[in-house]
Write a protein that binds this ligand. Structure first.
Ligand SMILES: Cc1ncc(COP(=O)(O)O)c(C=O)c1O
Length: 386
């Protein structure tokens, strides 16, 4: 058994990242400034979009995105039930109503077959999640949105870099929201970005991202800038700092390397865990390329004498960290009580929730780390398999 604890995730921060942060600190410009501008431009180009607004979280990006498309009190927005609370929470900010959809049992992506049944005359938008870094069926969702005249705000918190039929998921309409949270595939500690090909949306989001000012700090305090600004809306304080963007710029330059390393881990796990009766990795759809933010296995509880909680405890006993993505929203107190949701309203998510475990996957895992996870999982299966 390994001696030290292998965490579920550890950000890959090297000397380059450290050097770039120190450079920002030495420059004396530590809030949103030249590096945020550069990061915004480079990231936006990289994901194939025309405009990007860097903010301090994906939650902020999704909030601004819903504001940009004009969500109002009483509107309905369709979201998957198998997601993090942020996806639905931003809808509640507007006193609009999240309408939840169950997931596909093999991918945990929103079940597109159920989506259309949830659309009513009040529906204004769909917020699909590229769960775990795997792309949704973008064409199918855009087709439904087009038919019902709905906007699509993509929750791409897990999905850099993710491709759908060869195209980066950042290039699709209407607005795509990324996360640079500490555990994400590009990590700036906290951070996010909303990208779009629609200038009007981008302009709205930019103004709202900084108090509704018609110009940012960089425009006011740099030599080229001017002190004057106008408040044109009651906005938010969502700007991303240059310190965070320093990390973002370096991580972006390493995106291929970081992806390759996650792919290697995923390949080893897939090889070791595929074709077993006790556990199975999630299905990977042939239409896309996943970012491998998560590697989720489903426990076949009929073939094990332990439950998921015990499986996680057994991993921990062997010094292996893990996590669960996600406790579906209908099982959380707030969503359950506010919207009267029941367990059997979402039978797939309710069942699959009891089965899922996210194994460690991050670029700096050594071959031994990966082997240790595989050995621990195999041992647990051997000891507790039926
Ligand atoms: C699916 C999903 N959406 C949104 C978010 C929110 O991202 P952030 O922490 O950058 O606001 C997360 C965060 O973990 C997430 O997993």
């Amino acid at each position: 058994m390994r001696k030290d604890f292998l965490p579920f995730h550890k950000a890959s921060i090297g000397e380059k990242e450290i050097g770039e942060v120190v450079d920002s600190l030495r420059s004396g410009w530590i809030t949103a400034g030249p590096k945020t501008k550069k990061f915004e431009e480079e990231f936006t180009r990289r994901v194939g979009a025309e405009y990007g607004v860097a903010v301090n979280s994906c939650t902020a990006a999704m909030h601004l995105a819903l504001a940009a498309i004009g969500i109002k009190e009483g509107d309905e927005v369709v979201v998957p039930v198998m997601t993090f609370t942020a996806t639905a929470e931003v809808i509640a900010y507007f006193k609009a109503t999240p309408i939840f959809v169950d997931c596909d049992p093999d991918t945990l992506l929103m079940d597109v077959g159920l989506l259309e049944k949830k659309i009513t005359p009040k529906t204004k938008a769909i917020m699909p999640v590229h769960y775990g870094g795997q792309s949704c069926d973008v064409d199918a969702i855009l087709e439904i949105a087009r038919r019902h005249n709905l906007k699509v705000i993509w929750d791409a918190a897990h999905a850099f870099p993710t491709f759908y039929r060869g195209k980066n998921i950042g290039s699709f309409p209407d607005i795509v929201c990324f996360s640079f949270y500490a555990t994400k595939t590009l990590a700036t500690g906290e951070g996010g970005m909303a990208v779009t090909n629609n200038k009007e949306y981008a302009d709205k989001m930019r103004v709202l991202s900084l108090h509704g000012m018609n110009r940012g700090a960089w425009n006011r305090y740099s030599k080229e800038g001017s002190w004057h600004y106008e408040i044109v809306a009651p906005g938010y304080k969502y700007n991303l700092t240059d310190i965070a963007s320093s990390l973002g710029l370096v991580q972006l330059s390493r995106a291929d390397e970081l992806l390759e390393k996650r792919c290697r881990v995923a390949q080893c796990y897939s090889g070791a865990f595929g074709g077993r009766k006790e556990i199975s990795p999630l299905a990977i759809m042939p239409y896309g390329q996943t970012a491998w933010h998560l590697f989720v296995v489903k426990l076949n509880l009929g073939k094990l004498i332990i439950d998921r909680a015990r499986f996680i405890d057994e991993l921990k006993k062997r010094n292996i960290g893990s996590s669960v993505h996600f406790i579906p929203l209908h099982l959380h107190l707030y969503w359950k009580e506010t919207y009267g949701l029941k367990e059997n309203d979402f039978p797939v998510a309710s069942a699959v929730y009891r089965q899922i475990v996210s194994l460690p996957i991050f670029p700096d895992m050594s071959d031994k780390d990966v082997d240790d996870v595989i050995t621990a999982v195999k041992e647990i299966i051997r000891l507790y398999g039926k």
